[in-house]
Design a protein around this ligand. Structure first.
Ligand SMILES: [Zn+2]
Length: 292
């Protein structure tokens, strides 16, 4: 069954948490370059999420597009780092577990706010999407997008990379005033325009939202699209303590956060920054419980 068919057949699909913040906890580089620098650590983190009973694992390839790699001087080959990401997630997944190829922003604002043209954005994401598709992922997920215009560009790049389902997930700065991304896009507008442009699922992840607010974004999106909605909040708003970034929501609190997202209409759930295997394990436990 393809990923869309599977998602349609289940009340709730359990995605994983964040590989990046788990790598950071171990003192390792958090980006996609970890796939090449410390592959066994990445594989181990994927395994820990898989052991929670996740239905899908997400590749550690978030910003591994040519535009981001070049401007941030990451020093890795686009093809190599993305293929490694697919191999690592795939090797940790049991039979029947889907692999989602992860993409995100170029890391530069689009013109006129920044230097990136829509064509440059499209080209960079199309190249990455093709590598992920050729490496055998089951779907593409574009995460942490804070500009609807760039998200639409990413959607078209992913759609043209093959016949894979595409999930587009936006990061919000606030759930007030209808929910706004960092670029000021309304949650309902994101859901509606991405739906009209051919997304297979929309959603929200990461961002600067406090406890309870991801569910408000989900509700705003729910009112604007019939598509499946993904919710992958952080384990609370990130905060600096003694020079390290900490997240305040514990596994039980996170399971409650996900419950609120499901009640608001999300059917694909997982976590972003600070969401560990323990958090996803608590969600899995909750989903097995009598209340679902
Ligand atoms: Zn995040």
């Amino acid at each position: 069954m393809d990923f869309l068919g599977f998602a349609g057949s289940k009340d709730v699909v359990l995605l994983d948490g964040a590989v990046g913040t788990e790598l950071e906890k171990r003192g390792l580089p958090a980006g996609g370059q970890a796939n090449l620098v410390c592959p066994e650590a990445v594989r181990q983190i994927h395994r820990e999420f898989a052991e929670c009973g996740c239905d899908a694992l997400t590749t550690n390839t978030l910003t591994m597009n040519r535009a981001y790699i070049d401007t941030h001087k990451v020093g890795v080959d686009v093809g190599e780092v993305n293929r490694a990401g697919v191999e690592l997630a795939g090797s940790a997944a049991a039979a029947g577990v889907y692999i989602l190829g992860d993409l995100s922003s170029t890391g530069q604002l689009l013109e006129p706010y920044g230097p990136c043209t829509e064509q440059q954005c499209y080209d960079a994401l199309a190249e990455q999407a093709r590598v992920l598709a050729d490496a055998g992922v089951d779907a593409l997920i574009v995460e942490t997008m804070f500009d609807l215009r760039e998200a639409l560009c990413a959607l078209s790049a992913c759609k043209n990379a093959g016949a894979l389902p595409v999930i587009i997930s936006m990061a919000f700065k606030t759930a007030d005033r209808g929910g706004r991304t960092f670029m000021g896009d309304l949650a309902a507008d994101c859901a509606r325009l991405l739906t009209d442009a051919g997304a297979d699922a929309v959603g929200t992840n990461c961002g600067g939202l406090p406890r309870g607010d991801t569910a408000r974004i989900v509700a705003a999106m729910r009112s604007a699209t019939p598509l499946p909605i993904a919710a992958q909040p952080n384990a609370g708003a990130p905060r600096l303590a003694d020079g390290t970034t900490v997240f305040d929501i514990d596994p039980e609190g996170f399971a409650a956060e996900i419950r609120r997202c499901i009640d608001a209409g999300a059917t694909l759930v997982g976590g972003c920054c600070g969401v560990s295997p323990a958090h996803i394990g608590a969600v899995a436990e909750h989903l097995r419980g009598p209340s679902v």
